[in-house]
Design a protein around this ligand. Structure first.
Ligand code: C5P
Length: 206
């Protein structure tokens, strides 16, 4: 069984994906980490993010065993990932790994932007997680402050808006809800309430 979770940056889909996977005893893949890992290799090598061929080569040879590297999680890497993720050959190169991950027994949860539409269109359960940009920026801001990092709310909000715009307007696998996805707006829900609501949606779909 596959649970596909899509949604914009900082919508809480990662946290939900993790909790749902633990609840059902499924494997979990945060697919944003794949794009972040490609971006990191590019930046480490001093390659320009505008170099499509270099990005495609990196994606084709990506070592997927270090996705837990905390350096992948920063805002800078999210922005860089959003740039290289618009290149079709990069997306093509990461597809087989994601599909294989989704074929695990007894099941898998994948979260990203195009899981329900492109990666696993046959998923039994599809969720589209949203929240207003202001609420997502507020959560991200709190998270950074808790980690002791400096961050201005306005900068984070700008960042989120820019990334939404880029992810939704690209021609290849744009961020959008699959026709058969159920949308969950978490703007007024805390993490526990969002999890309970998602669980209810999963139970109605599977
Ligand atoms: O989800 P996360 O913020 O880690 O994703 C970083 C970037 O990777 C996104 O802004 C998006 O451009 C890209 N991405 C994607 N498709 C996915 C997951 C992430 O294009 N399935």
């Amino acid at each position: 069984m596959i649970i596909a979770i899509d949604g914009p940056a900082a919508s809480g889909k990662g946290t939900l994906g993790k909790r749902l996977s633990e609840h059902f005893g499924f494997a979990h893949l945060d697919t944003g980490l794949l794009y972040r890992a490609v971006a990191r290799v590019m930046l480490d090598r001093g390659s320009l993010l505008t170099d499509r061929e270099a990005a495609a080569l990196v994606a084709q040879n990506l070592d997927v065993t270090h996705l837990d590297d905390p350096r992948l999680r920063g805002a800078e890497m999210g922005e860089a990932a959003s740039m290289i993720s618009a290149y079709q050959p990069v997306r093509d190169a990461l597809l087989a790994f994601q599909r294989q991950f989704g074929s695990q027994e007894p099941g898998a949860v994948l979260d990203g932007r195009d899981i329900g539409t492109v990666v696993c269109p046959q998923a039994e359960v599809k969720l589209f997680i949203t929240a207003t940009p202001e609420e997502r920026a507020r959560r991200r801001h709190l998270e950074l402050l808790k980690r002791g990092e400096q961050a201005a709310y306005e900068t984070i909000l700008d960042d989120i808006r820019r990334r939404d715009e880029r992810d939704m307007s690209r021609s290849t696998a744009p961020l959008k809800a699959a026709e058969d996805a159920m949308t969950l707006d978490t703007t007024h829900l805390d993490a526990d309430a969002a999890f309970r609501a998602a669980l209810e949606l999963v139970e109605t779909q599977r």
